[in-house]
Write a protein that binds this ligand. Structure first.
Ligand code: FAD
Ligand code: SIN
Length: 528
């Protein structure tokens, strides 16, 4: 049977990928591939909500200013305006798709999060991402022009170097992907490709991100020849549950938005009064995460307390039903006492450099969502701006592809995946060992507070592991674990290289060797 042909390949079935797919599918045949389950990305895990100016007392200017303040001036104003002005449209589209946002009278209920000067977060209780993911998937499944293919680990983009008649051009024609069930690698070609493969959070030992957030999209695009920028800007969420059984459960920022206080676990002191007396618990994330990190290190603590038990029991249960149930299952009643929390990696602000149309450096390749650096977040993402970025850039990439459709020629014949020089691995333990090692030294040396010496130590280890991983990759048949390790290593290398290049402290990049902020804000752009 002839292989089906698709117009556009999308790598990733989260908010960015599915938004793009739905926007293309009126006229184009779209293939959406995902690693593991279709619901395996960060989108399904999002709690707090989506930022949008919907209240008459709020303005685009306020939202733009809050975004730029959180981003420590590194944001590109043009992008910030572009995204924020499109937010009401994105919310209207999600309502149309059936997302059951919480309501307050005739309007949507708006909650508040750190760094926002107004209530502007639309949400579905404390499990917004799951509702969004479900609605997008439902619409995609119902669309005959969209084929959803889970269980595909994309390995690398197909470019001119993979053509049967070698052209060596940077034009992207799709991707090679490992079918996780059969173990076979297929070449999936298309006229245009959108990378929407999410972030690289799992490069750190403690992260709120799901297992598959291994930076695959960023690494694939980098290897194919795309520039990446601001990779040192890794966001740490201040309040991840501290629990020896459950390692990465987020306690949404909305808990602080609705009155939650951060307390020293032994003295009960509300310590944000010492760090940011005006904004307190609702200061931007980098400020709150550094304050908690400082308390933990200064007093030798394992965690600090987040307490919302002063609010009425019914209020807490109504606003945070998912968190309440989860914590009760672990013996913690948040209506009666505090929650132990620690900071954990949460969001990858840097990534593949894109323009306002979602175009990358390579012809035929677009990118959207957490794998990109669009200029929206700058040196620190404002809470609940990232799902919004996925919707806006998913649509922007689709619109540009449709507009330029005549420029996209049909893919040429490409070489099949070559397995002639590899065998099955008999040393899977190497993958686990390297994976653990990378995540541990990234946490210890490239975390919330950095120094040049620690970054250089990390770089040295990355170089050593790089040789081992490439040797392993060249000798054995690929598995999802190996693909992820190779990408995790690549992402770690890009983060450390970027961090070493920034000789200042700004937003999420805080180094004891350069504590001051330079007068001019400049992106860290790496060229392959
Ligand atoms: P994802 O949703 O992560 O999807 C990535 C997709 O790419 C997946 O389908 C995955 O399978 C696929 N993929 C990855 N690698 C490969 C590969 N090699 N081959 C094939 N497919 C691949 N943001 C907000 O705005 N508001 C919130 O309230 C919020 N809460 C959050 C809570 C948590 C716990 C976390 C972790 C994040 C939260 N965020 C929030 C951030 C936000 O969820 C993400 O930035 C956003 O969902 C990213 O969407 P995406 O489409 O770019 O990628
Ligand atoms: C949260 O609910 O605290 C996460 C919001 C976000 O990451 O934008």
């Amino acid at each position: 049977m002839a292989k089906p042909e698709y117009d556009v390949l999308i790598i990733g079935s989260g908010a960015a990928g599915l938004t793009a797919a739905l926007a293309l599918a009126e006229t184009k045949k779209v293939l959406v591939m995902a690693k593991g389950l279709l619901t395996g990305g960060s989108t399904a895990w999002a709690q707090g909500g989506i930022a949008a100016v919907l209240d008459t007392g709020d303005t685009f200017e306020n939202h733009i200013r809050d975004t730029m303040v959180a981003g420590a001036g590194l944001n590109r104003l043009e992008t910030v305006e572009y995204v924020i002005e499109r937010a009401p449209h994105s919310i209207a589209r999600l309502v149309e798709l059936g997302v059951p946002f919480n309501e307050e009278g005739p309007d949507l209920h708006l909650t508040r999060e750190g760094g926002h000067s107004h209530r502007r977060i639309v949400h579905v209780n404390d499990a917004t991402g799951w509702a969004v993911q479900e609605a997008l998937l439902r619409a995609a499944e119902a669309n005959a022009n969209i084929t959803l293919l889970p269980g595909q680990s994309c390995i690398d983009l197909i470019t001119g170097r993979h053509e049967q008649r070698y052209s060596g051009s940077g034009r992207v024609w799709g991707a090679y992907a490992l079918d996780e069930a059969s173990g076979k690698v297929g070449a999936h070609t298309a006229r245009a490709t959108i990378m929407a493969a999410g972030g690289a959070g799992r490069v750190y030992q403690f992260s709120t991100a799901p297992r598959g957030a291994t930076g695959d999209g960023i690494a694939m695009a980098w290897r194919a020849g795309c520039r990446v920028s601001n990779m040192e800007m890794m966001q740490f969420h201040p309040t991840c549950l501290y629990n020896l059984e459950v390692k990465n459960f987020l306690i949404t920022e909305a808990v602080r938005g609705e009155g939650g206080r951060l307390l020293h676990p032994l003295t009960g002191h509300r310590f944000m009064t010492d760090y940011d007396p005006q904004r307190m618990e609702l200061a931007p994330r980098d400020v709150v995460a550094r304050a908690i990190d400082d308390q933990i290190k200064r007093y030798g603590l394992d965690y600090v307390h987040l307490d919302i038990s002063h609010q009425p029991e019914a209020f807490v249960k109504e606003h945070f039903p998912t968190i309440y149930d989860k914590l009760m299952g672990l013996g913690i009643d948040m209506t009666k006492g505090p929650i132990p929390v620690v900071p954990a990696q949460h969001y990858t602000c840097g990534g593949i450099l894109i323009d306002l149309a979602g175009r990358t450096d390579l012809p035929g390749l677009y990118a959207a969502g957490e794998c990109t650096e669009s200029g929206l977040h700058g040196a620190n993402r404002l809470a609940s701006n990232s799902l919004l970025e996925c919707f806006v850039f998913g649509e922007a990439a689709a619109a540009d592809i449709l507009e330029r459709w005549n420029e996209f020629d049909a893919p040429p014949a490409v070489r099949p995946w070559d397995e002639s020089r590899v065998t099955d691995s008999d040393e899977e333990v190497i993958i686990k060992q390297n994976w653990t090692e990378i995540r541990r030294f990234m946490w210890n040396y490239v975390g919330i507070v950095r120094t040049t010496k620690r970054l250089e130590r990390a770089q040295h280890r990355i170089q050593m592991l790089g040789r081992e991983i490439e040797d392993y990759y060249g000798s054995f048949r690929v598995t999802t674990d190996l693909i992820e390790l190779r990408n995790l290593h690549q992402a770690a290398a890009l983060i450390v290289q970027s961090a070493l290049k920034r000789h200042e402290s700004r937003g999420l990049h805080y180094t004891l060797d350069y504590p001051a902020t330079s007068p001019a804000a400049e992106d860290t752009v790496l060229v392959p």
